[in-house]
Write a protein that binds this ligand. Structure first.
Ligand code: HEM
Length: 414
């Protein structure tokens, strides 16, 4: 096993070494760093809490990130650092603090149970099979557009109880709204308007849909949120719409990237791919390692509510903070050989699904999807090869993943 750095990105190692500490995060945001931001993260970790030229504080060490994820003086509402919410993302509980965060999250957790997740397994299998059948005979497949992208939206629609005939609209909305998770300083007004338009269209749909469900509840998550439970109150109209929208946004592109980064990593490590073919049960620890090694969510923003001492530095109250989760998950003070992809790494306490009160609600579903899809891709694709390495990446730095992953295959087995 060797640390894989695509040759075209090798110059990033030199760039990271020569960039002043306070400019490193601007480099991370630069699209040219997308194929391999990890040398920049290693450079940032030399000073695990560092103030950047624009005044943002970047936290890149494992212990420092863990401390802040669990600190009640840290807020997920960026208005506390004088910033606006991204368009279309206002009020969802990922951007709220206790107590309203806990109430809304609790309502979802009470209904998004392990049994509900498990009940989706057969659908994940069926949808994966159908997508691979359709990708079929061409000898070349774009894993993103043909499999990884459509799958999670269909699964979330199943979870929410959206009728199959309305799914196509969800694909379009999910695509546009994914951008609202990133605080992109270069976002144009036109893009912001598009996101707001998609958010409004989805809200209109959900308002109508939930009104129908209120009259006619089913076994789906939306009906469950509408009726409440033994320990949770029903969600009110606007909260229900915003919460449902969050599940769609947070559960979509993250899962797309897990599947795509997963295949990319396997194809870059042919010895591990061969072992995985022989040993499909390897998928369980391997998915954890994928989420550590090539995480979909590279960083999250926070605001400090007070002065906070961390890692020997004081971050002043009212500051914008970047929790560089992907850097923490490769911190050599916490992981042996952190730059290596070790499919059966144990223990593996990574930050791929975050930590603390905002720990990913959908982690069990994301794991289930990857556990089903990755073995099926490996089983059905005969002799898959990367058509280009590195692949083209989506622009977002926080939610990092390939825009396309072109593979040459001899055939798709039945
Ligand atoms: C590979 C797939 C996924 C990854 C890597 C991922 C990662 C994350 C991370 C890092 C956070 C923490 C955010 C923060 O601290 O600010 C988070 C939160 C969240 N995730 Fe996921 N996620 C994935 C899939 C899903 C799915 C499938 C769903 C739902 C269907 C989902 C729903 C959520 C929600 C609702 C939150 C907010 C939790 C809170 O604020 O309390 N995620 N996710």
């Amino acid at each position: 096993m060797s640390d894989h750095i695509p040759t075209t990105a090798r110059s990033l190692v030199d760039i990271a070494a020569s960039t002043p500490q306070q400019d490193l995060f601007a480099r991370v945001l630069d699209q040219r760093s997308r194929p391999n931001p990890y040398p920049l993260y290693a450079a940032l970790r030399r000073q695990p809490v560092s103030r950047q030229a624009d005044g943002t504080w970047v936290v890149s060490g494992y212990d420092e990130i863990a401390a802040l994820l669990h600190d009640p003086r840290i807020s997920s509402d960026m208005r506390n650092a004088g910033q606006e919410s991204a368009p279309g993302a206002e009020k969802s509980f990922i951007l709220r603090d206790p107590p309203s965060h806990d109430r809304l999250r609790g309502a979802v957790m009470a209904r998004f149970t392990p049994a509900v997740v498990e009940s989706l397994r057969a659908d994940v299998r069926r949808i994966t099979g159908e997508l691979l059948d359709a990708a079929g005979s061409q000898g070349r497949i774009d894993l993103v557009d043909e499999v990884a992208y459509p799958l999670p939206v269909s699964v979330i629609c199943k979870l929410l109880g959206i009728p199959p005939e309305d799914e196509a609209r969800f694909h379009v909305w999910a695509d546009t709204l994914a951008r609202s998770l990133d605080r992109d300083p270069d976002m144009t007004q036109e893009e912001a308007d598009q996101i707001q338009h998609a958010a409004d269209a989805l809200a209109d749909y959900l308002t109508q849909f939930t009104a129908e469900r209120a009259k006619n509840p089913g076994g789906d998550l939306i009906s469950g949120l509408l009726t409440g439970g033994a320990h949770t109150e029903p969600l009110r109209g606007d909260e229900l719409v915003v919460t449902t929208r969050l599940l769609l946004i947070a559960g979509h592109e993250t899962t797309v990237n897990l599947i795509t980064n997963g295949m990319l990593t396997l194809l870059r490590h042919p010895d591990i791919l061969t072992r995985f073919r022989r040993e499909p049960a390897l998928v369980v620890p391997m998915v954890e390692e994928l989420v550590r090694y090539e995480p979909s969510v590279q960083f999250r923003y926070r605001a400090t509510l007070d002065d906070i001492d961390v890692g020997g530095t004081t971050i002043p109250g009212g500051s914008a903070v970047v929790l560089l989760l992907a850097a923490g998950s490769r911190d050599p003070h916490h992981f042996d050989q952190p730059e290596q992809f070790i499919p059966d790494r144990t223990p593996n306490e990574h930050f791929g699904f975050g930590g603390g009160i905002h720990y990913c609600v959908g982690a069990p579903l994301a794991r289930l999807e990857a556990h089903v899809v990755l073995p099926e891709l490996v089983r059905r694709m005969e002799n898959p090869r990367l058509a280009e390495d590195p692949p083209p990446y989506r622009p977002t730095a926080a939610l990092r993943g390939p825009r396309h992953l072109w593979l040459n295959v001899d055939r798709i087995r039945p």
